[in-house]
Design a protein around this ligand. Sequence first.
Ligand code: PLP
Length: 391
Amino acid sequence: MFSRRVPDDRRPNRLAAVLADLRRRGVPLIDLTVSNPTRVGIYYPETLLAALADARALTYRPEPFGLREAREAVAEMYLRRGVRIAPDRIMLTASTSEAYSLLFKLLCDAGQSSVLTPVPSYPLFDHLTRLDAVTDRRYALAYHGAWEVECGDLDRAWTPDTRAVLAVSPNNPTGSALTARDADELVNRCAERRVALMLDEVFCDYPFAEAPLLDPPALERGDCLLFRLGGLSKTAGLPQLKLGWIAVSGPTRLVDEAADRLELICDTYLSVSMPVQVAAPALLAATSPIRDQIRDRVRHNYRALHRAVAESDAGVSVLAADGGWSAVLRVPAIASEEALALDLLTRDGVVAHPGFFFDFPHEAFLVVSLLPQPDTFARGVYLILERVHAA
Ligand SMILES: Cc1ncc(COP(=O)(O)O)c(C=O)c1O
């Protein structure tokens, strides 16, 4: 009766089952997997959401791509990053996840098309592709002191049914930003093979260094069809508002046709609520203190992580990264990642993701969120280092 888009086996993995049990029993835990910025002591002024009560939202003005003023505000935000995109090339969505789904509908035929996704990367790609009946083929990011695209692997994964290459910059969980060389390699191939590039930039506001993350020059060349994805979830630290966007650029004829086709898709769903569209310009302006707090938090924890690791002799290292909300620890592969993560959970009350959750090419890695409150984060890292040292 049911489609194969939803897997038959939906049982939680071992770690998730143990975690659920500990939570049920009320065991106190240090959660180094938290990805919800509204639950980590970031200050959100009580008036922040006042713009959602704007009476202009009482009148429903359905627009396939969303209200013009909201799209103008998103275009201005891009301009501040040095990226020039016209408001009529911006489409509002209910989330970045929905943006992926809309783009798969635009580019892929059910059961007959593939997209190339990086590994290690965002685990949700598995479900996002499957739910749209798209084949997910993986290409490797390799770590040689910094992460880079394995071009040989990308070419091996590429087949005649490939319709898009997905890239995430900075990537989740590696924190690696697309380098100029990687952007060149991706754009050249996408342009030559007439395949779209989908660039998820949800973490672009959170560089670890003081300097902003620069847009690789190849993205500006305009010779491949490029879809940039972003949203309030990360940019404003407001995942509950459900507002994302797609920004299209590239060869004019292709961009025009993509926009024309997307109009039909977006018009079919009209999924973005009126209040959030009306509020978007005010929200984007008012949330810069939230962004600043989150940026300070991840930078603080990232530096603390480096210090703690440098002072420990547990044989752990922090992989180099450019930004985002997480960091990767390489740990000695004495026990399996799963055994280590289970030990941390049951003996130390620390929740950390093992590398295999993100399909790291080999063991042993742990991924930690940089969002927790600094004391909590430092205590969790201390317990990880102690546990690894004792192994
Ligand atoms: C790389 C990446 N893209 C997209 C999303 C989802 O964003 P949204 O809440 O806008 O769907 C996440 C959430 O963690 C993410 O890590």
